[in-house]
Design a protein around this ligand. Structure first.
Ligand SMILES: NC(=O)c1ccc[n+]([C@@H]2O[C@H](COP(=O)([O-])OP(=O)(O)OC[C@H]3O[C@@H](n4cnc5c(N)ncnc54)[C@H](O)[C@@H]3O)[C@@H](O)[C@H]2O)c1
Length: 349
């Protein structure tokens, strides 16, 4: 199967390498606004076609499926064009910037009959798969609460990430999307009922900090920053369950931290920073540590499994684990948090 990758920046390597490793796929075409970047990736992964206009890539009849790894503000437009051109689509998270865009993408999926997989890569991580098996077999019972945190003290990557126009927001849409989604997925995708969120623009990008390195986008600009630096929210579902979440690009925190915890009637679990299953047996509390090479999210394993799953879905062997409908629900939640913060009220669904 011939593959085109649109957007040849940082995350595209996770896609290129996984297609390269998959025996059923050929990295065939690359497109980026930056021609030198596209050419470099094409040379590295053996792609024979290079484009700077994604419309031209989509017009190539030999290409069956595409990965979209561009800025968030282009995800909806490129996804719809790709589906209309008859391609299957793997689009990076977040699905897009707004609920309206998400619904338009969902309509295009229905009209085209093609597969669209949203890049919720943590659903494909080995530690998630292990935990899901315990949950599906009832070991946690009904999960009524989840708490997720992804706090960076100095981690605004700058560039398009800190330009609200292109990103749709800061740590909430960039990091929050992963940890809210993974809780929601493991809780059985309950229907959202209400959201109360807060966003803060208190510290900016802390580009003044000396003596500490942090990841910077290629086009880092210390003066340009229009996104929130911190967000938190309480998301409540129709079945009474709730998720509490907090995320930051910058914060006066002692250290960076990721934590994803789930609490059920029969047991609990920590997915991050390291997989643990907590239960009670014979009047004794029991913390069980699954023995695995992947106790935390592993980039290579997660992306390989995500892309193998996408190809199996295109071939009709499996059903995608992260369909467009889930991308739509996640956009409702993320936009609900931003709206709640702007209006200072709880949003009801
Ligand atoms: N799954 C994950 O864990 C993960 C991690 C990082 C980023 N991402 C997502 O991947 C996407 C890209 O992020 P990145 O870190 O690679 O950013 P990046 O800035 O490194 O790369 C983006 C590339 O897209 C190109 N581009 C933008 N608009 C384009 C267009 N219309 N046509 C062709 N090329 C275009 C840019 O020139 C750039 O080279 C974002 O949506 C981001 O949220 C996902």
């Amino acid at each position: 199967m011939k593959i085109g990758v649109i957007g040849a920046g940082s995350i595209s390597d996770g896609h290129f390498q996984s297609y390269y490793n998959n025996e059923q796929t050929e990295v065939f075409a690359v497109c980026d606004l930056n021609e030198a970047r596209a050419k470099e990736k094409a040379a590295k992964y053996g792609a024979s076609h290079v484009y700077t206009d994604y419309h031209e890539l989509l017009a190539n009849q030999e290409i069956e499926a595409v990965s979209i790894c561009t800025w968030n503000n282009t995800h909806a437009e490129i996804s719809i064009a790709a589906l209309q051109a008859g391609k299957h689509v793997l689009v990076e998270k977040p699905l897009c910037k707004t609920v309206e865009e998400a619904l338009a993408v969902e309509q295009a999926v229905q009209d085209s009959g093609k597969i669209l997989q949203v890049g919720f890569v943590r659903r494909y991580a080995a530690n998630t798969e292990i935990l899901k098996r315990f949950i599906d077999n009832g070991d946690l019972g009904n999960i009524y609460y989840a708490k997720a945190s992804c706090l960076r003290r100095l981690g605004n990557p700058g560039g398009w990430f800190s330009d609200k126009e292109r990103s749709g927001g800061g740590p909430l849409i960039d990091l929050g999307v992963h940890i809210i989604d993974i809780c929601w997925y493991l809780m059985g995708k309950p229907k959202v009922k209400s959201i109360r969120g807060n966003t803060y623009h208190q510290l900016g990008n802390r580009s003044n900090v000396e003596n500490l390195d942090f990841y910077k986008a290629a086009d880092y600009d210390p003066d340009k920053n229009t996104v929130e630096d911190m967000a938190n929210a309480l998301i409540t579902f129709e079945n009474g369950a709730s998720i509490m979440v907090d995320v930051s690009f910058t914060l006066h925190a002692k250290e960076d931290k990721i934590a994803v915890n789930l609490y059920g009637e029969k047991g609990g679990a920590e997915l991050e920073p390291s997989l643990e299953i907590i239960t009670e047996k014979y009047n004794t509390m029991l913390n069980a540590t699954p023995q695995t090479n992947y106790h935390t999210f592993n980039f290579e394993q997660g992306f390989q499994n995500e892309i193998d799953y996408f190809i199996d879905s295109v071939n009709g062997v499996k059903e995608t684990r992260s369909p467009v409908a889930d991308g739509v629900e996640m956009m409702k939640i993320l936009c609900g948090i931003y709206e709640s913060s702007e209006k200072g009220i709880e949003i009801q669904f």
